[in-house]
Design a protein around this ligand. Structure first.
Ligand SMILES: [Zn+2]
Length: 412
């Protein structure tokens, strides 16, 4: 047994599971409210400690501290508010008061209880401006925030019903306690996390390999973000199965690469989201986290290096950022090259999203320049099997996809 990894954020892994003690008859007596996909994912993350040291949705003191000091009220670094929003009307209709226990339901099943500590309004524009540094409505995070309902409920969350994770994601989803055990079983003491929402092209592979060298890690843990999808994103199934293929096809040895998923709705908060990603991967047991160009950015809202610089500006959080620049295809070097090494900048072939898209949609570019052939094959398979003919999210995919989570009756 390896004396594995660093301690979770806040020192202790939060675990708030009440699945044994919850009885279905009890649930009829509670005030209850259905939650959306995002809140359901966040309840699950709180309960399994992905968001340690958070034990519930934030109170006003925590939200204020996050916005003003990039820390929780207790002083631990934290960059993104985690809030449960409800309409004032729903609160009135339930006659919800502080001290109540509220049942949160999802897919018409009990999911979690919330000990209502505080019900409060919040200035959503202020919140958006502080998190994203803009109020521009072309920023998807700004829209997400300003669309929140007019009251927040703060309080501790306990999961009363474990979510069922559907294939193919079930093989890749580990609560942090299990993930830490898995990393220990592999003998990985140094683990570098790779955040992704992409099918890996050869540049991503170079990025992971570069970070493995730079950090001296025992292994690379891919942490694929599975959450709300936007039209044009890669489909989730292709992202995780293509990552697994890199290892299965030997581009990574079997003892240096593993794939996992994180259920999270991207905020596109650039540097602040980078800090959040680092904290979450620390809780998952990683010692290092790679950050490429424009990490978690959108459009041109953030300087491409902002997600690197922010780690100079905050106290150490106990996970080491591994920051890197751009990887491209270089015909002179005959392969993937790194901006810090290759001297043929004028001949570089960008591994851009557009190029990748054309490759997959039209099969016109030789895959060996872009995708590994096995990756290309598995993506085409996913396109047929899950994507309704596209490797990218379409309305049809959103309407017909099998959900990642299925809730069954408690004890069922
Ligand atoms: Zn070169």
């Amino acid at each position: 047994m390896v004396d594995n990894t660093l301690s979770p954020h806040g020192g202790q892994l939060v675990e708030r599971l009440a699945t044994q003690s919850f009885s279905a008859s009890f649930h009829g007596s509670l005030k209850s409210i259905p939650v959306n996909d995002q809140i359901a994912r966040e309840c699950i993350n709180i309960a399994y400690g992905v968001f340690s040291p958070l034990e519930g949705f934030m109170t006003k003191e925590d939200v204020d501290a996050v916005l003003e000091k990039m820390a929780l009220a207790n002083g631990y670094v934290w960059s993104i508010p985690i809030v449960l929003d409800v309409s004032e009307r729903d609160i009135d209709e339930m006659a919800l008061v502080e001290g109540d226990t509220l049942l949160l339901t999802y897919q018409d099943q009990p999911l979690a209880t919330l000990e209502v500590e505080q019900v409060f309004p919040y200035d959503l524009e202020h919140m958006a401006r502080r998190v994203y540094g803009t109020m521009d409505e072309s920023h998807p995070g700004v829209v997400r925030t300003t669309n929140l309902k007019d009251r927040f409920i703060g309080g501790k969350v306990s999961l009363v019903n474990e979510p069922g994770i559907n294939p193919p994601f079930d093989r890749f989803w580990y609560p942090p306690a299990q993930l830490r055990n898995m990393l220990a079983d592999k003998g990985w003491e140094r683990v570098v996390a790779h955040q992704t929402r992409n099918v890996p092209h050869v540049g991503h592979e170079g990025f992971m390999k570069g970070a493995w060298f730079a950090s001296g890690a025992d292994g690379v843990l891919v942490s694929a973000v599975i959450g709300e999808k936007r039209i044009g994103d890669y489909i989730d199934e292709a992202i995780v199965l293509a990552q697994e293929t890199l290892r299965n096809a030997g581009y990574f040895g079997e003892d240096v690469h593993a794939t996992s998923v994180l259920m999270w709705d991207m905020r596109y908060a650039g540097p602040k989201e980078a800090v959040f990603h680092a904290i979450v991967r620390k809780n998952m047991g990683c010692t290092h986290h790679m950050f490429g160009r424009d990490h978690a950015g959108v459009g041109s809202f953030y300087d491409p290096r902002a997600s690197h610089q922010i780690f100079q500006e905050i106290p150490p959080i106990g996970i080491v950022p591994v920051t890197m620049g751009e990887w491209w295809h270089c015909p002179a070097c005959e392969g993937v090259a790194y901006e810090g090494l290759c001297g043929h900048r004028d001949r570089k072939l960008d591994l851009s999203g557009t190029l990748m898209r054309q490759t997959l949609e039209q099969e016109i570019t030789p895959p060996f320049l872009t995708f590994r052939p096995e990756v290309f094959d598995v993506v085409k398979e996913c396109t047929r099997e899950y994507g309704a003919g596209s490797s990218f999210v379409t309305q049809e995919y959103l309407a017909n996809r099998r959900p990642v989570i299925t809730m069954l009756p408690p004890g069922g």
